[in-house]
Design a protein around this ligand. Sequence first.
Ligand code: PMP
Length: 357
Amino acid sequence: MIYENALELLGGTPVLRVRHVLPDPRSRLYVKMEGFNPSGSVKDRAAFHMVEEAERRGELRPGATIVESTSGNLGKALALIGAVKGYRVILVVDPKTTPSALSYAVSLGAEIDVVREPNSAGSYQEARFDRVRELLAAIPGSYRPDQCVNPDNPGAHALHTAREIIDDFPQLDALVVAVGTGGHISGTSSTLRRHFPRLHVRAVDSFGSSALGFPFAPYRVRGIGNSWVPGNLHTEFLDSLHLVDDVEALSMCRVMASEEGLLLGESGGAVLFAALAYATAHPTETVLAIAPDRGDNYLAESYDDDWLRAEGVAPEELWRTRAEALRHARAPGNPPAPITHAPAHAPAPAPTVWSLS
Ligand code: PMP
């Protein structure tokens, strides 16, 4: 297959059946591997669609500067787009961003602006947003994709990711997807619910994240979770929520690597743990999990036992075998729960109207 530029490598990501971790012959658990996108994650799709739509509306002009706050993968995607399309790209990051993500973005010509201190409320994310606003004010004609609220982020997945899934699956019972900005869960589920009316959508978040309105507590897994409720998270498309903790997510990464030969990113470990829990409870259903990126992003970190020790995580705590994975999946630390919705006419209490029942 011959392509004209690196952006044409986007999408068409492969789907793998999980056969070894879940040996029940009735089970049909699949993983869609978004790490096969050209910059290595699900964010390629959102970044590309946001940029193309901004160009179409005339908000982003040739040679302009793109400024965005990112924890890593969106920055890699924007760096790639900037290289191919000729934009200057400034990424506002914080100390949690992995060195490999930064090296990737710099190699492709992006500039990095590191926010070293959280804001007065302790949030790095808010401090990054403050810095983005400063840069936008200082650089004429600059453009901010604003991934947490830009409808073209979920739009990319409603149009493209969901279409690929429909093409691959004549029938689908459950979709298990991570929550960060809400982009890929909201976009895929909005289209897939229309196509598969009985589809169950399970959201996966980090235990400690406030993306669905829970009190914030620190967690390690990168890519998922939020310290606030993102505008692109449309919970009316979601049925249930599984809050996965760090040990469950990082252990599942190790088990998927050794049992299936699949090196998942940290959030992919969380998603696969939640999908395994779902699949063991519903053994005859067709279940699709979306793995947002690849483990290559974390080889020198959460895949490295010395790094884990230095971070205060005992590697011995992680489970490594499929038998342990199945045992934990049958009794997860935080059992999944339905997402209930307030009646449409009820006044919306802050910060969100949805709670766990
Ligand atoms: N996992 C990883 C590794 C990510 O980079 C992201 C995006 N921050 C997500 C999950 C969540 O994706 P979304 O922003 O579409 O909710």
